[in-house]
Design a protein around this ligand. Sequence first.
Ligand code: NAI
Ligand SMILES: N[C@@H](CC=O)C(=O)O
Length: 363
Amino acid sequence: MERYDLALIGFGGVNRGLAELIVQRGDDLAHEMGFALRVVAITDLRAGSLVDNNGIDLVPLLATEPHAMSFAGLTGGSADPRNEWVIRHVPSDIVAEATYTNPIDGEPAVSHVRWALESGKHVCTTNKGPVALAGQELKALAAEHGVSFEFEGSVVSGTPILRTAQRLFGGLQIEGVQGILNGTSNYILGRLADGLDLQAATAEAQERGYAEADPTADLEGHDVQLKVMILASEVLGAELSREDVSCEGISALTSTEVQDAASKGLHWKLVGSAKRRADGTVDARVAPQALPAHHPLAGIPGAMNAVAFDTDILGTVTVSGPGAGRLETAYALLSDIIAIHERHHASGSGAPAHRVLQEALRD
Ligand SMILES: NC(=O)C1=CN([C@@H]2O[C@H](COP(=O)(O)OP(=O)(O)OC[C@H]3O[C@@H](n4cnc5c(N)ncnc54)[C@H](O)[C@@H]3O)[C@@H](O)[C@H]2O)C=CC1
Ligand SMILES: N[C@@H](CC=O)C(=O)O
């Protein structure tokens, strides 16, 4: 049976979630999809690095509280994350990048992805930074090295928005997209409507694993700005910079305003949109809007997200599902791994070249 060896970069909520899915669903996946998964390396800024070329036993790691996780002292472990060495030199097939999203320049995740692709390794990531801010360069690098760069979880977590648009909308012209693209802010707006203040509602979203390491990006719209850039590129073929996407977040909204609006049948939502203008350029923005109850985005609750695609033949097609959450987002990485498996099987190229070489040397 085919096997993919994984290196996990960042071991917070999402990559721990992927490890959980591998432990819980590994046998089913092997049976259903015909491939096995094994984690051979993990790095994390706080925990350090852990390498075992024969496969790391994930069960004791998952039994350890995240804040108490330290790889120093374990066999193959070190207090130093050693990201570059692990990515470039530990034999693995797929690098799963899930460190924090840096909305300014995407680093250090852009470098993590670049090192992996240059080393002939496939990459899956939920990190919006590399996709929004260096997507073109990284896609070209992946093509040059004959490997995949997959990022379904960078928009709307495990809900397959990007693959739906790419695989199921053939023959349609998409003129624009608008959506609720941030689980944290949507959850917070719901809790403001319940009477909580911003600070308490944000703390709840953090507790539930929805928020960014620095929730400013959720509150001020920067996270949605990156997602609008990704959607504009993937769906409309428009390469936008952050400056092209006007951005206003929800931090100025109070519980009283949200409740007053609700009493008039209006629902405050943080909406991200990208629409093609008549001259072919794209108008892109992020702003809170008080939507009437009949609007397709008005009833999206909690950490759910939704994207409404404006199409020429079908009119508006709306897809909704979880927009944040550890396991939901880990599923996006799993769906990326399945896509990598399918693509490289369809092309007949199988495992990446470096792995074929290693196996030839072993035989
Ligand atoms: N949690 C969610 O619902 C979603 C998260 N994402 C994205 O997925 C990524 C991971 O999210 P979470 O796991 O929730 O975040 P997290 O904050 O729980 O975990 C990130 C981990 O990366 C580690 N880290 C930070 N910098 C590092 C570095 N330079 N080298 C090695 N490790 C480093 C941190 O120590 C932490 O353990 C983020 O980019 C986030 O924006 C995307 C969709 C949904
Ligand atoms: N913090 C983000 C996580 C997913 O991208 C959100 O709440 O949507």
